[in-house]
Design a binder for this molecule. Structure first.
Ligand code: MN
Length: 366
């Protein structure tokens, strides 16, 4: 008998209740399992996702080697781009990918986009991957909650996919699971419809992977079935050594994460810095040419610049403190001066000051 561990697994994809085509592709060829969610519409999305899973089938390592798996994902990226160039599918087509290699309790993962991998351990569901999506970025920055993200108008906008960027990289992970753990790979047609606790509930309820996979798809459809739904459920089995001993179970999955996307992250950071710097510089230049008048300690004060600050930097410079009492000016004028009255430039500000001076003088002259 082979020393290779036996995994029971099930893979299922469903068009859902709203879409007319299924653009997801699946591959379950132990030890390799792949979910890909195609983008770009009919005769594009399904072409991209199929090319991606076929390239992984041909290039993925046979052992749980995350770096090797990430390399295979990069090859898949090149193949999707090449197909589009050669008129197979459509330009602009793309796909997500979430791939796993499972050997005994060792799992290697590579992921791009918003399809996910989860691990159920002692009935607790842990998300193993991080979505590359606009809402995931907003959640990470604390600008959106998970609950709000489910209704965000841009919830399906992904920030990384295969087929669009020659320098794209995959997130790669290796982890040690425990016998009895359950691995789930799925497209956003599942996670968009079901929250994590509902997914955990289904995975904990059905002992057979095939029943769990079917129940997940049914539940996503019952919740609306807005998108294509793909699930792969793999039960992690103990790896038997040559003399039949079962290695001790790991207490918790240990996840090693290689963010192979660091280079592109750095590029984005640099770009971001340039944009902020550029906007800041433009604001600085604009501010320098403008002016405003404001009431300070009861008199009119002239500033060059604009009220407030940009990125914590004050953008105004005091130009002139007049002797004009704000209280001597008409009520409407003094009210505006309390708020700060912005004008085109310093020259306009000085002209206004002269007008005020004349008003005050004529008002006090008997
Ligand atoms: Mn989808």
């Amino acid at each position: 008998m082979s020393a290779r561990a036996r995994h029971t697994w099930a893979a299922l994809t469903d068009v859902g209740l709203v879409r007319t085509h299924n653009e997801d592709s699946l591959l379950a060829q132990p030890p390799l399992f792949v979910v890909a969610d195609g983008l770009g519409g009919h005769q594009a999305g399904e072409v991209a996702s199929l090319i991606a899973v076929e390239t992984l089938r041909d290039h993925a390592p046979r052992r749980p080697d995350a770096k090797g798996l990430a390399r295979a994902v990069r090859a898949a990226n090149r193949e999707v781009m090449r197909a589009a160039r050669e008129g197979h599918g459509r330009s602009g087509m793309g796909t997500t990918i979430t791939a796993a290699i499972v050997e005994g309790t060792r799992i290697a993962l590579a992921q791009v986009g918003d399809s996910r991998a989860y691990l159920l351990h002692d009935d607790v569901l842990e998300r193993l991957t991080e979505d590359h999506s606009m809402v995931a970025d907003l959640i990470r920055r604390g600008q959106l909650t998970e609950a709000e993200s489910r209704f965000h108008p841009n919830r399906s906008v992904i920030t990384r996919a295969l087929g669009t960027d020659a320098n794209m990289d995959a997130d790669a992970y290796e982890l040690e699971a425990s016998p009895g753990d359950r691995l789930l790979l799925c497209s956003d047609g599942l996670t968009g419809m079901l929250e994590d606790p509902a997914i955990a509930e289904v995975l904990s309820t059905y002992p057979a992977p095939s029943a769990a996979a079917r129940a997940l798809v049914n539940a996503a459809n019952a919740a609306g079935g807005q998108d294509n739904i793909s699930v792969i459920v793999v039960d992690v089995a103990p790896e038997r050594s040559s003399h039949g001993a079962v290695p001790a179970a790991a207490a918790r999955p240990r996840i090693k994460h290689w963010n192979l996307g660091w280079l592109s992250a750095l590029t984005w950071l640099l770009l971001f810095a340039l944009i902020v710097g550029g906007v800041g510089f433009a604001s600085y230049r604009t501010a320098q040419s403008r002016a405003y008048l404001i009431a300070e300690n009861g008199v009119v004060v002239v500033y060059r610049g604009v009220p407030g600050s940009f990125a914590g930097i004050q953008l105004s410079w005091r130009s002139e403190v007049t002797t004009i009492p704000v209280s001597a000016l008409p009520a409407m004028t003094s009210e505006r001066l309390e708020q700060g009255l912005e004008v085109e430039d310093l020259k306009t500000a000085r002209t206004l000051v002269e007008t005020y001076r004349a008003e005050v003088t004529s008002a006090t002259t008997p």
